[in-house]
Design a binder for this molecule. Structure first.
Ligand code: FAD
Length: 309
């Protein structure tokens, strides 16, 4: 362990024995052998080369706001970009941001500089990289509307790919099928607008979120994808599941497409609620809900393929 720590420290700061509880918005999950914070994109590239050569498992984490990590310990390296690769700069109306930048901080910065386009993102507790990965969105806007191109690390080469090449669609992108690619930076196209108008829009969005979402509890946002032309929350409500608890987890009373960590919930508590919801909604409405939240570090036995649910 000590020797590997020293080796990893070549590429950046290293933490030993952290927990997914401290790295995800759900505040749930097992311990992690190593967390690495690469100094920059070049040491990140070297780090990936080292891990691949030595067959050490790794995973890039943003703010962990779309992850349900299992209660098992993770024997590998979690790579985080949010401490070091979090800079951005302007080029006229273009904003170029490193992948570890907070999308909330970026949207506030854009507003302050009279640039419109990221108002929808001002309440999403995520990194820019995570938002590109998932084509995060809200209020009928999403990353597809802002991204002009993305700088990626593909194997050991750096290259830009266009918006079209990102294959953005509802909460997905080309990165879902190319798990090896790492998003390094994003170029966003924004529009000049009066700062007070942008602020007003952001304030309205914030008010709506506070009124409709259980932000006072740890969660991972929406648990299920909305099926075609339907809202997952209304199907869950129709199945009579609003407020249902299992262990320390609960289907939120305020917004029933949120599962909240009410009291020291385990990942298994949350998963039991997910499985129950899928079964009950299918029985009641004939629709199979698919998860939006990503299950990470679960043994394949415990996480059946959605189509087999
Ligand atoms: C309170 C709350 C509200 C939310 N509201 C919304 C909402 O309105 N709209 C919405 O779309 N989502 C929402 N979410 C969900 C979540 O914020 C998004 O899915 C977001 O895109 C996840 O970003 P992240 O940085 O936290 O990524 P993580 O959850 O850390 O990671 C998600 C995936 O992205 C991958 N990834 C992250 N960074 C990189 C990178 N640089 N290169 C390659 N892969 C990478 C990870 O490996 C992982 O597979 C909400 C979540 C919470 C907790």
């Amino acid at each position: 362990m000590g020797q590997l720590t020293e080796q990893l420290e070549i590429y950046g700061q290293v933490e030993v024995g952290s927990s997914f509880k401290d790295m995800t918005t759900f505040r749930i999950g097992g311990r992690v052998d190593f967390v690495s914070y690469p100094r920059n994109m070049f040491t990140l590239s070297q780090l990936i080369g080292f891990l691949k050569k030595n067959e050490i498992p790794y995973k890039i984490l943003g703010k962990g706001s779309n992850l349900l990590c299992s209660d098992d310990d993770y024997h590998g390296v979690i790579i985080r970009l949010d401490r070091t690769m979090n800079h951005w700069y302007f080029d006229n109306n273009k904003l170029i941001a490193e992948a570890g930048s907070s999308i909330i901080a970026l949207s506030v910065f854009a507003a302050r500089n009279g640039l419109s386009g990221l108002e929808w993102a001002s309440g999403i507790p995520a990194t820019v990289g995570g938002c590109v990965f998932n084509n995060a969105g809200a209020y009928k806007s999403s990353m597809i509307d802002n991204v002009s191109r993305v700088l990626i690390l593909d194997d050991d080469s750096f290259r830009w790919i266009s918006n079209e090449q990102c294959e953005f669609a509802y909460r997905t992108s080309v990165f879902h099928h190319n798990r090896d690619w790492i998003i390094l930076a994003v170029e966003l196209d924004l529009t000049a607008k009066d700062e007070s108008e942008i602020r007003q829009m952001m304030d309205e969005r914030k008010k709506r979120r506070l009124e409709s979402q259980p932000l006072e509890f740890p969660s991972a946002g929406s648990i299920f994808r909305n099926p075609d032309s339907q809202n997952a929350w209304s199907l869950i409500d129709e199945a009579g599941l609003r407020g249902l608890s299992y262990g320390g987890a609960q289907i939120s009373v305020k917004h029933c497409n949120f599962i909240i960590n009410l009291q020291d919930a385990s990942a298994q508590d949350v998963k039991s609620l997910i499985d129950l919801t899928v079964t009950k909604v299918r029985e009641k409405c004939g629709i199979t809900l698919l998860t939006e939240v990503e299950m990470f570090n679960w043994s394949p036995m415990k996480i059946p393929h959605p189509s087999k649910r």
